[in-house]
Design a protein around this ligand. Structure first.
Ligand code: 3HC
Length: 700
């Protein structure tokens, strides 16, 4: 067999008799960057011109087939040739072209496969068109070619969900032609030989006809508009798929126009920031390097948090020893964990066999001494420093050498907790978010003396649990709750000054939050915030006069803690929340006590004040190093606080407003309340030198 020749750095062509093998080798995921497009164009052209082959097979080196267009090129001036043109050229090739899919063929990668004349998937491969998750739509023929092969209803499902489809399902639907086993190159040779022998049929997708299905299009559009009223790209996906009944070149024009429209929205930029941000948070030296064993975990506390953390570990296949002080508490914990796992089975997240295997890995105990053999302990008990100190003192005497001792505290000082042990290097914070087996955020809190390998193990745990680990430094509330503590107040001020809790919720839901802050408070339990405010008052940590004696305190003093008591800002007797009329009375009382004359506030004003408050504290958190970079704050909010993903996070959103405008806003608000509204130094500097948070991400 002849040697293969390099077309360029990423594309090579080999020959075996009448077969030409085009290999794409562009690590890490073979994205179709400019060099791949250029190389493919040259290879297909010269093979068609020189007649050296009767069939062409495209396969990839490395861990996966092409995972898509190169997302890093988006937003920059396009470099020819375009992916659509290259795929058009492949489809028009006189010599049949087949594609061999291993790993994942996603986005532009699957579109490449769709433009070839037959698709062979290697067992375990997945295909998908996940562009919608980036605020886009398949822009290189995916909306036109997939419906021709697999029909409009299934294409709508795949394109609008962005899900990864197993090769077997794709085969059943006609999106791939064969599923087989083997190494990509060997499969390519065998499949190409089958084409030559007439055993694998080839045809041009463009020449197939899409069967019209207006009902599926209408139903899907109605469903996505209801489910995601804020998102721009789902509607455009439906519009483009509808055009697949037209001849390919006409449909492609519609797809192109829809793609460009999506490309130009800030949603695309927010969603792509989220994609890279999720990876960037652990792409830091602290997350790398040596780690310690994680074969067995101990969890102290069988309440909501402890049970959620235990569930999360069990779902990831990590055995857990769960400790409670008394048998009844332990039984309740086991019952909660069982319920959580049953919920995961009914949501299709795990099979019942896996649930049984997970439960078999749970060892409940009321003896703390049973933690002697675990590699990591996560303490998740009541939020009182004295209790935590006592527990860590005991752990120091019980746990084996090198075991990591972590606290799930949401606010408390990890250094004070570490000081209760003779091994502060083994102590860190692992702050989970409720429900801990569902929420993906894990704040990994570095104490003053935490050892690098203990910290890196925290990141490894996050990865094993499928969570997004974000590094935070010690302060009251770390990244998320500290910022929440600040902007939570502004929601109270807005209500005191004139808006109703419902207006605030409606305005923020229209901005994109899944739930407004008052509905969230009712759901989480208003007593939690109440207790925190009391503690801060006692510790002299919250000298904010205007905040004392708020509406929230009055509501809690009535014993209304939200959903769990059937009453909070809203009433829940009939299911859907209805504003609680008695809150109006308490609000009038609060305003009278504070001498506030209520004034009308626009929804825009509400959103501006709320977001400016959030951004202000987020800027301070970056400025003082509690968060390493702006992107870390953004990911905390996307994965822990229900911040609208399409807005990228508070500091990505801040860049769309600009530091100068934010400073001007704060200065205006400060005229009413100079104590609360203060311009963070970082924001002032950014306004002066024109830098953005995106610039700060790049600099760090
Ligand atoms: N472009 C550029 N870089 C990409 C990329 C892409 N399409 N996909 C992944 N990467 C990078 C990641 O940023 C990461 O870089 P890093 O190591 O510097 O952090 C590296 O490749 C490895 O990625 P992961 O850490 O995510 O590796 P996994 O093995 O966990 O996952 C994957 C692999 C399933 C392919 C996952 O990366 C993924 O889902 N990628 C995105 C796929 C996608 O959205 N494709 C559509 C792109 S848009 C498009 O094609 C438009 C077209 O229609 C015109």
């Amino acid at each position: 067999m002849a040697e293969s020749t390099q077309v360029n750095d990423v594309i090579s062509v080999g020959h075996d008799g009448d077969i030409a093998l085009i290999c794409i080798d562009n690590p890490p995921v073979n994205a179709t960057g400019q060099a791949v497009r250029q190389g493919l164009e040259e290879a297909i052209s010269s093979l068609n011109e020189d007649g050296s082959a009767k069939v062409i097979a495209i396969y990839c080196a490395g861990r996966t087939f092409v995972a898509g267009a190169d997302i890093r090129e988006f937003g920059k001036p396009p470099q020819p040739p375009s992916l659509s043109d290259v795929l058009d050229q492949i489809e028009r090739s006189e010599i049949p072209v087949i594609s061999i899919i291993h790993g994942t063929a996603l986005g532009g990668g699957f579109e490449l496969a769709l433009s070839t004349h037959a698709r062979v998937a290697i067992k375990g491969a997945r295909i998908g068109l996940p562009e919608i998750l980036l605020g886009l739509l398949p822009g290189a023929g995916g909306t036109q070619r997939l419906p021709r092969l697999a029909g409009i209803p299934w294409s709508l499902d795949v394109i609008l969900s962005g899900r990864q489809v197993k090769a077997e399902e794709a085969l059943e639907k006609g999106a791939v032609d064969r599923v087989t086993e083997g190494e990509p190159r060997a499969v390519a040779l065998a499949a190409a030989q089958d084409v030559l022998d007439g055993k694998l049929a080839t045809r041009r997708t463009a020449e197939l006809k899409t069967e019209a299905n207006q009902k599926a299009l209408d139903d899907t559009l109605a469903m996505v508009t209801k489910k995601n009223p804020h998102l721009f790209s789902p509607g455009k996906c439906v519009e483009a798929i509808a055009a697949s009944t037209l001849p390919l070149d006409e449909g492609m024009k519609v797809e192109r126009a829809c793609f460009i429209a999506c490309m130009e929205t800030p949603q695309r930029s927010g969603l792509i920031h989220a994609f890279f941000g999720e990876r960037a948070v652990s792409n830091i030296p602290e997350a790398k390097g040596d780690t310690r064993p994680l074969a067995k975990v101990g969890v102290i506390g069988g309440g909501t948090m402890g049970s959620g953390i235990t569930t999360s570990c069990l779902m990831a296949g990590i055995p857990v020893r769960l400790i409670e002080v008394a048998q009844d508490g332990l039984d309740r914990g086991v019952a909660t964990i069982t319920k959580n796992l049953d919920g995961a089975v009914s949501r299709g997240k795990m099979s019942s066999d896996k649930r049984d295997a997970a439960l078999a890995m749970l060892e409940p105990s009321i003896a703390m001494e049973d933690l002697a053999d675990v590699d990591l302990v996560i303490e998740a008990v009541f939020e009182k420093m004295e209790i935590k100190k006592e527990i860590f003192g005991k752990l120091d005497t019980i746990c084996k050498e090198g075991a990591i001792l972590a606290s799930n505290t949401s606010y408390l000082d990890i250094n004070k907790i570490a000081d209760m042990t003779n091994r502060p290097q083994d102590v860190l914070g692992l702050h989970f978010f409720s429900p801990a087996h569902v929420m993906r955020l894990l704040e990994i809190v570095q104490g003053a003396k935490t050892a690098p390998d203990a910290l890196a193990t925290g990141f490894q745990l996050a990865k094993k649990l499928g969570k997004v680990g974000v590094l935070a430094q010690v302060c009251d509330g770390f990244i998320g709750n500290r910022i929440l503590g600040h902007y939570g107040k502004v929601a109270a001020y807005i209500v005191q000054d004139g808006a109703s809790p419902q207006q605030v919720d409606d305005a923020l839901e229209a901005f994109g939050f899944a739930m407004g802050p008052h509905k969230v408070g009712d759901l989480a339990g208003l007593d939690i915030g109440y207790m925190t405010r009391q503690r801060k008052k006692e510790e002299g940590l919250d000298p904010d006069e205007r905040y004392g004696g708020t509406l929230a305190d009055k509501i809690c003093e009535k014993g209304w803690y939200g959903r769990k008591t059937g009453k909070g800002y809203y009433l829940y007797e009939t299911g859907a929340p209805i504003p609680n009329p008695e809150v109006e009375t308490l609000l009038a009382e609060t305003r009278a006590e504070l001498g506030i004359e209520p004034k009308a506030m626009s929804d825009q004003d509400i959103v501006d004040r709320y977001m400016t408050a959030m951004i202000s504290e987020a800027a301070r958190v970056v400025e003082d190093g509690t968060a390493k970079r702006p992107v870390d704050v953004d990911m905390v909010f996307l994965f822990g606080y229900g911040f609208p993903r399409f807005r990228g996070g508070p500091l990505h959103y801040a860049d769309t407003i600009g530091a100068a405008e934010l400073v001007a806003r704060i200065e205006t608000y400060a005229k009413e309340d100079p104590h609360y509204w203060q311009v963070p130094e970082l924001l002032r500097k950014m306004a002066a030198d024109g830098r953005t948070f995106a610039d700060l991400n790049k600099e760090s």
